[in-house]
Each structure stands twice: as structure tokens, then as C-alpha cells.
Ligand binder design. Sequence first.
Ligand code: 5RP
Length: 225
Amino acid sequence: MTPEDKKRNAAEAAVDYVKPDSVIGVGTGSTVNHFIDLLAERMADRITAAVSSSEASSDRLRGHGIKVVDLNEIGNLDLYVDGADESNHQLQLIKGGGGALTREKIVAAASREFVCIADDSKLVTTLGDFPLPLEVIPMARELVAAELRKLGGEPRLREDFVTDNGNQILDVHGLQIRNALDMETRINQLAGVVCVGLFAHRPANVLILGTDDGVRACHPATGVS
Ligand code: 5RP
């Protein structure tokens, strides 16, 4: 089975979490694109609206006739569905490969349940092989980069990329993140960091993995169910 097939299968399983006539949070990326397409196909007129984490996902949702609303109008959400670049067994995540980490973290924070969808290559023992994305205010880029070098990372500017919020992304290579809670807190405290793509204080509640043997749902307490 190809990674794309696995992503689609994980996305399909996540559609079962969507309650009819609800407003849902929608993330960003190729796995979420499958989710949006399947949502439109399976639940057509049964979605009230979506809160989106990126302009790209908003365009795709609207293309299917799904209304996109501002989080401020909604307050809290029951469900957020999004992908990840890496997950450990606590369902702490690295996100931001698509550069939408800040809005993704906001929508995750506003949601009661975060269902993460991915192919099984994303499950790792230790986070950090995937370079950790940081959204930074452009004038602070070098200041933040210097601090990340002190933490043992090798920050690289994502070339020719501007976030939906008008900022830049530093991708930090070479980190082995054994204490994700501490790392997230430390990076959050650096002046000029808008958001770090480490989702440890707000991990996923469920990780749905597409595998060669079908989908499996992982939970943080038990590992796998
Ligand atoms: C975007 C993200 C995505 O969820 C992450 O990059 C995974 O993407 P894909 O589903 O394409 O593998 O965090 O900012």
C-alpha cells in the first residue's frame, strides 16, 4: 500500500468522528486534503461549518461548498482533525511541515478532541528526525536561531516561504526531543518566536494510523488499541 493510500484510509476513519450538524476544526496538509474531500463526499449537507487552520484548507473547504467560519464566532469546538509530521507514543507531535503550525495550535487549543491522522511512517520513538518548524517574526530570525543553536539544533530558514500570518519559518534540524514538554516551554519563551511546531502541552487525543493492515487507533495511555 502506498503512503497516499494509508493517508486516505486514516482520513476516512476520521470522518466517523464527525457528528452531523456540527462545526469542526480542520487542519492542513495532504492527509487533511483527503479528509476534506471525504467529508464532502460522505457528509455533504450534514456539516454546519468548519474552522480552518490555513488559507489552503479554507479554499478546499469552500470549493466543496463547506462554509468556513472565524474561530471567534464559535468559541470552542468539539473536534479537530489534523495531520502531523511526527508523533511519539504519548501522541506529542511535530507539526508545521506545511507552515500552518500557529493556526493549527490555536484550533487544537480550542478543541475538546484532537484526532490526528497519518500514515504509519509518522509514528516514532523520539521526536526530532523531522526538522522542528518555528514560526518567527522576521526581525528576530537570527536572534532565535542563535538560541536554538545553544539547544543543540541547526536552524535553517525555509526559503521562499511566508506564513499565512506574514512571518518566516525556521526548520530546526538535529534535535532529539526526549522531553517535549520542557522543549516546547523553553522555545515558547524566546522573544520573536510566534509558535513552535511542538504539540506536547496539547497532544493529540487519538492518532489514527494508516498501515498495510488497515487503520489502527492509538491512544496516549495505552499506546495502541
Ligand atoms: C501542516 C502540518 C501537517 O499536518 C503536516 O505537515 C503533515 O502533512 P501531510 O499530511 O501532508 O503529511 O502540520 O502545517
